[in-house]
Design a binder for this molecule. Structure first.
Ligand SMILES: Cc1cc2nc3c(=O)[nH]c(=O)nc-3n(C[C@H](O)[C@H](O)[C@H](O)COP(=O)(O)OP(=O)(O)OC[C@H]3O[C@@H](n4cnc5c(N)ncnc54)[C@H](O)[C@@H]3O)c2cc1C
Length: 361
């Protein structure tokens, strides 16, 4: 595959330094630490799946980048990245990186990327990734595509294709950055599966010297951190999900879904239409502008199956759709389909599960 293309610097913005794509090589994943779990975050490991796919197509290696202040924790996180497919991991630790301030982290990432010149940088589209990635892209004058659902390579040019559903359309946009490097992309948690863990994998851990970088003084001050109490499992971590759409129609209807979810040991979620109707909070919305989920069982009740919804359920193991319309698109994405009025079907399911629980106790 040709990666040696040269760009004509005269055709580019004269105010931007002109670098050639051929000066860049390798695929990077910027990892983040999940501070409550004290380990590398799941979405960071998931980004190693597309990173390895693109790296194998381009014949290059995958590298992780970790920043922070807790050396031991970062080293543990680096090993996890290696066990999940990174060839090496670069770490920068400094007391000046405590606490996490997006501007400071983004400026350091930009300096490290500018020094080593990877051709692609992936960030998980978590709360942190979503603020870091555009900051880095802007600092480096690089292209960025957020919330990708697939990545591929343009066979002719070697440019990475960042693939995502565009706004308000049932098609996929293939976006590439032909002249600028690095090519930056993000994907939401659970859009890609985590690669299998292999604790026998070996890889290099490289410690960056903080003296080589300008760590800026933050212009914002963290006043305090408050952890929100969660009584329920968040939908992105739930194994059993009963999800309602506009077809469910009312809050009473959602109460029935809650009952079913409880009997299954799961949680309730919903479509964007259900959120718009005030039937469910936004943090329980599944889909392109909500969350991607990876449940063992996803029951879609009164959901039509719009592209923006189904993009959030493709990592679910078993999808059951309940809809009164036999032609509803959701059936194309379901392993089992039940055509009928949801009230009758959910009532029967609740009855059957109650009986099973009674027998078991
Ligand atoms: C930029 C953009 C981003 C978006 N992001 C998201 C997103 O993240 N998540 C998301 O979900 N959507 C998203 N949408 C909206 C999406 O396009 C759809 O409009 C939405 O998913 C439809 O929700 P729904 O299936 O609940 O409602 P509808 O499409 O109205 O479907 C309702 C379904 O219920 C069925 N039904 C009705 N009554 C019954 C009954 N009694 N029993 C059984 N079935 C019944 C109907 O047959 C129908 O299929 C987005 C749209 C845009 C433009």
């Amino acid at each position: 595959m040709s990666k040696k293309k040269e760009v004509n610097c005269e055709e580019l913005c004269p105010e931007w330094e002109c670098t050639q794509p051929s000066e860049y090589s390798g695929i990077w994943v910027v990892g983040e630490i999940d501070e409550t779990e004290e380990t590398i975050s799941e979405p960071s490991l998931q980004m190693l799946t597309p990173a390895n796919y693109i790296a194998s197509k381009l014949g290059v290696e995958v590298e992780g980048l970790l920043l922070g202040y807790d050396k031991e924790l970062l080293e543990k996180a680096a090993h996890e990245m290696i066990y999940h497919g990174a060839n090496r991991v670069r770490i920068l630790t400094s007391n000046k990186l405590k606490p996490y301030i997006a501007e400071v982290y983004a400026r350091i990432i930009s300096q490290i990327v500018d020094k080593y010149k990877p051709e692609v940088v992936f960030f998980p589209a978590t709360m942190k990734g979503r603020e870091l990635a555009p900051y880095v892209a802007n600092t480096l004058r690089a292209g960025i595509t957020a919330d990708c659902t697939q990545f591929d390579v343009d066979e002719k040019t070697g440019d990475v294709l960042m693939i995502r559903p565009p706004f308000a359309a049932i098609l996929l946009a293939y976006i590439k950055t032909p002249t600028r490097r690095p090519q930056i992309g993000t994907a939401r948690p659970n859009v890609f599966p985590k690669p299998p863990r292999d604790a026998s994998r070996k890889g290099e851990i490289l410690w960056e010297d903080e003296k080589e970088y300008k760590i800026p003084r933050p212009r914002t001050r963290l006043v305090r951190v408050e952890y929100m109490k969660r009584e329920e499992i968040p939908i992105e971590k739930a194994e059993y999900i009963v999800s309602g759409g506009r077809g469910v129609g009312t809050l009473e209807g959602f109460k029935m879904l809650e009952e079913l979810a409880e009997l299954l040991g799961g949680v309730v979620a919903g479509s964007r239409k259900a959120v718009d109707l005030g039937l469910i909070p936004h943090d329980k919305q599944v889909g392109q502008t909500g969350k991607a989920v990876k449940a063992k069982l996803y029951i879609a009740v009164g959901i039509s199956g719009a592209a923006q919804h189904v993009v959030g359920i493709r990592e679910c193991r078993v999808v059951v759709a309940i809809n009164k319309d036999p032609d509803a698109p959701i059936f194309k994405h379901a392993d089992y389909g039940i055509v009928g009025d949801w009230r009758e079907i959910v009532t029967e399911l609740i009855k059957a599960l109650r009986e099973r629980t009674k027998k078991a106790s």
